[in-house]
Design a protein around this ligand. Structure first.
Ligand code: ZN
Ligand code: ZN
Length: 139
């Protein structure tokens, strides 16, 4: 396979496998297994192309670097873990939020982000965000 195609495929696959929006750095870590020598600059360049081609969407949460997800998913929302900072998809929506807008305003779209702790970070046995090895060491 041509190198450029291989890069694009590996990047798209990394995001599809994760099933959540990934940071360029996370994409690099997953994709360089398939494409040794892949650089962050190359990941960024491919991400731009994939977004331009409509294959990926940028997910930009307030105050965060853009993450990337596969385009074409149904309307959904996101959950950010305050401990590990990962972003997950939320396949639910409270529905029509237009009534929250001031009288006479027209709502065209909404975004909604939940914040909290993911299952990996909410285990009661260890402090939020602590590395997994801490648990065995601490007795
Ligand atoms: Zn987490
Ligand atoms: Zn919604």
């Amino acid at each position: 396979m041509e190198r450029n195609t291989r890069q694009r495929t590996a990047i798209r696959q990394a995001i599809a496998d994760a099933a959540r929006p990934l940071l360029p750095q996370e994409i690099l870590q997953a994709a360089e297994v398939e494409v040794p020598g892949l650089s962050l600059a190359t990941v960024y360049r491919n991400l731009r192309t994939l977004v331009d081609d409509g294959e990926l969407l940028a997910v930009t949460l307030p105050g965060e670097v853009a993450r990337y997800e596969i385009a074409g998913a149904e309307h959904h929302h996101h959950f950010q873990c305050l401990s590990c900072q990962r972003v997950f998809e939320v396949h639910a929506c409270p529905g029509n939020l237009a009534s929250l807008a001031p009288q006479g305003f027209v709502v065209e779209r909404h975004e909604l982000t939940l914040y909290g702790r993911c299952t990996d970070c909410s285990e009661p046995a260890r402090a939020p965000g602590a590395p997994k090895t801490l648990r065995s060491k601490s007795r």
